[in-house]
Ligand binder design. Structure first.
Ligand code: SAH
Length: 477
């Protein structure tokens, strides 16, 4: 983050805008709406400022800018056409320790002004750190159409009950759930349709119920959520919804920042990652942690790369939960094989190449691979190997010694669906050497079978897929 996002309380404080044009008028308008006592320093007021003066009170100083003008200000704005005047304002502000913003001059600014969607008291601010005002504007336009005007009413209504509810429900987790029920439920619906009295009476019944429940512990639950192979766009709606509700999240190294950033901001984060051959937190400990947290009444989010039930030990985790009577939900995700195949342009099945596809783990046990070669080496079949990078040599060798053609096409995909995805293609004979040469790292997935030859034919599609993913990321609401 290049900037600290804050909303500043300037009500009743002095503030200064230097300049007479349209930009000065825009800043002046914002400052007045935020309750500032405003002075505009300009030889004469431009058209927009003059119009503003008809409906609002502010001082207009025609003379030169002096240090005196900044007294009592927290923020000042330079919007003059004369850069020397803006520069003078910057110097005076720096000397007095006051924050300054100069229009269109990011280098002279202590802070930037975001684009704002105003549903007061609800405010949404958007900024791109000066990199792309157009993108910010596009997002603002999108939010303007998706956040109903009535959200402001909802925020105001909630605010009027805040202290009462704080006193009635001291437990923070329970209080959060109360608000979530209220905001997603019929009270809000009535407010949206302008029925304030009905909303109040429904709210009273919610309060009565909360009073009856007392301050007992809420019931906890575990969400075992598959997050897909890495691209946040591949999350399911349900995954996203539960990620937004969680009180605490357990994650490991397969979960990238793009996905973690979508988890509710103030959910507690616990890293339970394992490093290969260096188990940091055991499966048993994770199970115990899930149970303890759920018993404390928390909504516990257990994030799993890909799909929880595909080499994800999801089955073991829910067994422990079930044994201890903990409620849980399992949310499927796009497994690495599907994600990597789509983004690399390698179909897992194809009428001319493969009628079957088999997923195996290449994890070694005591330095040995425990694979059923007879099942793997079949005509017209694709084999996808998870966790096979460190044993790639053993795997390809195993295929050949058990009768596969060394020229069978094979590919390895590193960081599938993520930024920096790399795809190396070759054959059973050549892939290990090429992989070492390219310095491929985990996570990596191996695909074996003649479908790999389709990659070059379909690479336009894979490239297009990636390009589209980028566009979607820009357009994501
Ligand atoms: N439950 C997960 C698999 C966990 S096992 C799923 O359904 O995808 C971890 C293995 O998955 C890694 O060793 C690697 O082989 C594969 N994998 C997961 N994400 C990947 C990615 N983004 N790119 C390539 N391989 C990946």
């Amino acid at each position: 983050m290049d900037h600290l996002p804050i909303f500043l309380n300037v009500k009743g404080t002095r503030s200064l805008v230097v300049g007479s044009g349209f930009l000065a008028a825009r800043k002046a308008d914002l400052l007045l709406r935020a309750g500032c006592k405003l002075t505009v320093v300009a030889p004469a007021l431009g058209e927009e400022l003059a119009r503003l003066a008809e409906t609002h009170n502010f001082d207009h100083k025609k003379g030169e800018l002096t240090a005196q003008d900044l007294t009592g200000c927290r923020v000042v704005f330079g919007c003059s056409h004369d850069n020397a005047i803006n520069q003078k304002l910057c110097e005076l502000a720096a000397a007095a320790g006051i924050l300054v913003n100069v229009s269109d001059q990011p280098d002279s600014c202590d802070f930037i002004m975001p684009a704002v969607v105003d549903r007061s008291p609800l405010l949404v601010a958007i900024a791109s750190g000066g990199t792309s005002p157009i993108l910010t504007r596009m997002l603002k336009a999108r939010l303007e159409t998706t956040i109903p005007a009535a959200y402001g009413r909802l925020a105001e209504f909630a605010g009027s009950y805040r202290q009462r509810i704080k006193a009635l429900i001291p437990n923070m987790t329970r209080r959060r759930r109360f608000w979530e029920t209220m905001i997603a439920g019929p009270v809000a619906e009535h407010l949206f349709s302008g029925q304030l009295e009905q909303a109040k009476s429904l709210m009273d019944s919610l309060l009565d119920k909360a009073a009856l429940d007392g301050d007992q512990q809420p019931i906890g639950e575990v969400y075992l959520v598959g997050t897909g192979p890495g691209d946040p766009d591949l999350l399911t709606f349900r995954a996203l919804r539960l990620m937004q509700q969680a009180d605490v999240v357990l994650y490991d190294r397969l979960i990238g920042d793009g996905i973690l950033n979508l988890v509710r901001r103030d959910a507690k984060r616990i890293y339970v990652g394992k490093l290969p051959k260096n188990h940091t937190v055991s499966q048993e400990e994770i199970g115990k942690m899930l149970i303890r947290l759920a018993q404390e009444g928390k909504r516990v989010l257990r994030l799993k790369g890909g799909d929880p039930f595909v080499f994800g030990r999801g089955g073991e985790e829910i067994e422990t939960l079930a044994e201890n009577g903990i409620a849980f939900q399992v949310i499927p995700g796009v497994t690495a094989a599907s994600g990597c195949a789509a983004y690399a342009g390698i179909p897992l099945t194809h009428r001319d190449h493969a009628q079957a596809c088999i997923f195996v783990t290449g994890h070694e046990k005591d330095g040995k691979l425990d694979l059923n070669w007879g099942v793997l080496i079949q005509p017209r079949q694709t084999v996808v190997v998870y966790m096979g990078l460190s044993s790639l040599g053993l795997i390809t060798e195993g295929f050949v010694t058990h009768g596969a053609d060394p020229e069978t096409p094979a590919a390895i995909i590193e960081n599938g669906t993520r930024e920096g995805q790399r795809v190396i293609t070759g054959t059973l004979a050549s892939l290990p050497g090429k992989t070492t040469e390219a310095g491929i790292k985990s996570p990596a997935l191996i695909i074996i079978g003649s479908v790999v030859t389709l990659k070059d034919k379909l690479s336009w599609f894979a490239d297009n897929n990636q390009e589209q993913a980028m566009k979607d990321a820009v357009n994501r609401p």
